[in-house]
Design a protein around this ligand. Structure first.
Ligand code: GLU
Length: 438
């Protein structure tokens, strides 16, 4: 299982993790988001009322989802949707299916979506949702019934102008198609713009599946350029080989970056001379894992993170870089493909060691950016060629990187806090102009 911001279309099925569990900071995700938020809010001198407004999600829904399982008994699942903010526009964010989902996690992830959308300048607020379940233990029919019943429970919440879901951990294009169909059946008309990340035959955008990994590649190249490292002489390590990790690795490889470390849920690999990514991808599709890829040396996950390299892309789970290992990292840049891969406790250690961290709310914002393109195309009923999608994505990611960089320089803070400052300032200014309705 991967916590990549956008695991839809993952080519690697869920498997049992064999390595000993790493020591984590196990921070409460909402509190660790708030720690960074507080730092940025202090620097901005955010007034108390606005602070409280932006801290609290506008809506938190917990809903029961009863399903008739294949064996004939009823099982009841718990579903969530947290809308953190809708000041900039309809709320936007993925839906994940996992057994360990918590409301606090949804709250943090929804807030991150608010900041992400503000940073890449798209007219959306932030949301996140999910169902506490283990889809690997369910039949397709059960997952479909659960998805449709969840959608039907959320009919008043979802909507092309209100709240627009997308794929996330363990959900994919098919899940979005079911949500779109259920919503459309109830509203008596086909409404493709109610979800993004759909199959292209149903109004999905070309390039959406690769968008998060492509965005990671774009900001990584910008960061290498900032440090005057030619991508063609750079080395990179990618943790995770789901949709985000595998696409980032492949696109960085196409830029001439030497990929010396890779991992998936089964283990990690090292190749001093650099992996041939198309070959690894083919192997992974055939074998369901990269683990036994021949031209490489097996290493542990901790060894992978501690490899000497220019760029490290954590695109797996949260808390991977934490106070227990941050001091041991030997990379120059971290591009956060996953949501929350670095614990708040690790931030200052990385900063003291001069590691440039491209924060998740910037690095993995390519997915929601192309979701926005998809929503626009659905509403126009006019679809763009892939070249246009990729060109516009590149322009928006480049602009966002530059704006975050400028904000960090202006306030003399790391990129993460620069990104929070930029986002909070934008949402706060919009809130002030809109005013409080009473
Ligand atoms: N789940 C993705 C994310 O965390 C995409 C959300 C979207 O496209 O709405 O960024």
């Amino acid at each position: 299982m991967t916590n990549s911001s956008d695991s839809h279309g993952s080519i690697i099925p869920t498997n049992l993790y064999k390595e000993p569990a790493p020591i984590l900071d196990k921070e409460n995700p909402f509190e660790s988001m708030m720690e960074r938020f507080d730092l940025a809010a202090n620097i901005l001198g955010l007034e108390k009322g606005i602070y409280n407004y932006l801290k609290n999600p506008v809506k938190q829904i917990i809903t029961s989802i009863p399903i008739i399982m294949d064996h004939g008994d009823i099982e009841v699942f718990e579903g969530y949707r947290v809308i953190h903010n809708d000041i900039l526009g309809p709320s936007k964010g993925g839906i994940r299916y996992a057994p360990d989902i918590t409301l606090d996690e949804m709250k943090a992830l929804a807030a991150w979506m608010t900041w992400k959308c503000a940073i890449v300048s798209i007219p959306f607020g932030g949301a996140k949702g999910g169902i506490k379940c283990d889809p690997s233990k369910m039949s397709i029919g059960e997952v479909e019934r659960m998805t449709r019943r969840f959608t039907s429970n959320m009919l008043d919440v979802f909507g092309p102008d209100k709240d627009i879901p997308a794929p996330d951990m363990n959900t994919n294009e098919q899940t979005m198609a079911w949500i779109m169909d259920t919503y459309s059946m109830h509203t008596k008309k086909t409404q493709t713009a109610v979800v993004t990340g759909k199959p292209s035959i149903l109004g999905g955008s070309l390039g959406r599946r690769e968008a998060t990994g492509r965005g990671v590649m774009i900001v990584s190249v910008s960061a290498l350029n900032k440090l005057h490292i030619n991508p063609k002489n750079a080395t990179a390590v990618i943790q995770g080989f789901g949709n985000v990790g595998s696409v980032s690795a492949n696109l960085l490889y196409e830029q001439g970056v030497k990929i010396i470390g890779l991992s998936d849920i089964n283990g990690a690999l090292y190749n001093k001379k650099g992996f041939n990514l198309p070959d690894v991808l083919e192997f992974a599709i055939k074998n369901g894992s990269i683990l036994n890829y021949p031209k490489s040396e097996k290493i542990s996950n901790e060894e992978l993170l501690q490899l000497e390299c220019d760029l490290l892309v954590p695109a797996a789970k949260e808390d991977q870089i934490n106070s227990h290992n941050a001091d041991k990292l030997k990379c120059k840049i971290i591009a956060e493909g996953a949501n929350g891969p670095t614990s708040a406790n690790a931030d200052s250690i990385l900063q003291n060691n001069g590691i440039l961290v491209i924060p998740d709310i910037l690095a993995n914002a390519g997915g929601v950016t192309v979701s926005y393109f998809e929503w626009v195309q659905d509403r126009m009923g006019y679809f763009w060629p892939l070249s246009l999608v990729n060109e516009r994505l590149e322009r928006m990611m480049d602009e966002a990187f530059l704006n975050v960089y400028k904000s960090a320089e202006k306030y003399n803070v790391p990129l993460r806090i620069g990104a929070y400052i930029l986002a909070i300032d934008k949402v706060a200014k919009t809130l002030k102009i809109r005013g409080i309705y009473a």
